[in-house]
Design a protein around this ligand. Structure first.
Ligand code: G3H
Ligand code: 13P
Ligand code: ZN
Length: 384
């Protein structure tokens, strides 16, 4: 069943564990993500980033996606999540990741997303508040959850506090929750996006603790989110590089630190990079072990893209030859089927591991099955 993300985060907060939130960029990824959560009886948060919606709208040059592309893509992702998730025994939220503006959020909600992030973190505080507030005003009457962001995700060298720190100021975080009425807040406390997070990242857990503690004192019923939290499994990086890849300086957040913050007020942990790495490794392995597929008329071009982009690990770089399958889930022949198998196994390997480590396994029955309409009524009663 699809639920607003808030219902899943309430359960994580109550149970003092973190819910992983996993990015998807293709129908097959949504399917595999739902299946592995079902296997572990875990609630699921699937997220489509703003650009992922553009890609799913058919734009292989997704950085240039228009609003129309994003609308089309958001609907395709949402249709896939509904197809595989509507009758699923687990609660599933579909969340827009790093929404750029109100239009992106509206496109996602109209497509069928049950939660949106508005990322105003690059704006001055008051402008970020105003933008986030605008999205809350649009989303809450529809029962849709809203995540904001405050603070800029740190550069790898920025592991100590300084006056110019871009870490989230706990006092400002409280003000942000109060002024916007958002449900969840992405904070900057030492993590960063991508595969190059630095060799010895040290999360400033005290920032999460300070914000969460202050929220309790102030009666703020919201949740904290850890972005840029891939662990960048070294075994996968080694495997890619052993097959000719050039993934250099790749380091993630140590899993022990993520487990630690999951008990310090972080309720949602975002992971994308790890999935990208696993899927890329699987595709390289497929062509290594099945040389005849390099000449395949349907997927041979994927092999050439893998060989031409040795530093890349975003599967969207390699998927253009199979865009119809990416966006619809249709599998025209066995060769394309073997690529989709790589995608599904990669998604399941990474998500399965993290469901167990973050502690969301077995929690699906604890999540309240609340509809968007019911959630809208609650916001109305509370006046947010
Ligand atoms: O946090 C960013 C996610 O990894 C999404 O990446 O904007 O390239 O789709 P994207
Ligand atoms: P990673 O790049 O660490 O996977 O972060 C993903 C993320 O924060 C998505 O919003
Ligand atoms: Zn992020």
């Amino acid at each position: 069943m699809l639920v607003p993300m808030r219902a899943i985060l309430e359960t994580a907060d109550r149970g003092n564990y973190a819910q992983g939130a996993f990015n998807v960029n293709a129908v097959a990824q949504a399917k595999a993500a739902i299946e592995v959560h079902e296997m572990f009886r875990s609630p699921a948060i699937l997220q489509g980033a703003d650009l992922a919606n553009g890609f799913m709208g058919g734009r292989t040059d997704f950085a240039n996606a228009t609003l129309e592309d994003k609308k089309r893509g958001a609907k395709r992702i949402a249709d896939a999540v509904r197809k595989f998730g509507e009758t699923s025994p687990i609660p599933i939220a579909l969340h827009l990741d790093h929404g750029k503006n109100l239009d992106s959020c509206i496109a996602a909600i109209e497509g069928g997303y049950t939660s949106v992030m508005i990322d105003g973190s690059a704006l001055p505080f008051e402008e970020n508040v105003a933008l986030t507030r605008e999205v809350v005003r649009y989303a809450h009457p529809l029962g849709v959850t809203v995540e904001g962001e405050l603070g800029v995700l740190a550069g790898v060298e920025d592991h100590i506090f300084s006056e110019t720190s871009t870490y989230t100021n706990p006092l400002k975080a409280i003000e942000f929750f109060k002024k916007t009425g958002c449900d969840a807040l992405a904070i900057s406390y030492g993590t960063c996006h991508g595969a190059n997070k630095g060799r010895d990242t040290k999360i400033r857990r005290e920032i999460a603790i300070a914000i969460k503690e202050s929220m309790r004192h102030e009666g703020i019923d919201g949740f904290l989110v850890s972005h840029g939290s891939s662990t960048v499994p070294q075994y996968i990086v080694r495997e890619i590089n052993a097959m000719g890849g050039k993934i250099e300086n790749a380091h993630g957040i140590p899993i022990e630190q993520l487990i630690d913050v999951s008990h310090c007020g972080i309720s949602k942990i975002n992971v994308d990079t790890d999935i990208r790495l696993a899927v890329t490794r699987n595709m390289k392995e497929l062509f290594r072990d099945n040389p005849s597929l390099r000449e395949s008329s349907s997927i041979g071009e994927i092999y050439r893209l893998l060989e031409a982009n040795l530093t890349a690990f975003d599967p969207r770089v390699f998927f253009p030859p199979i865009m119809d399958t990416v966006t619809t889930g249709n599998i025209p022949d066995a060769d394309v089927g073997s690529i989709i198998d790589c995608v599904e196994r990669g998604v399941k390997e990474v998500i399965g591991t993290l469901i167990v480590q973050f502690g969301s396994y077995g929690k699906a029955p604890e999540v309240e099955r609340v509809s968007l309409e019911q959630m809208a009524a609650r916001y109305r009663e509370k006046g947010i």
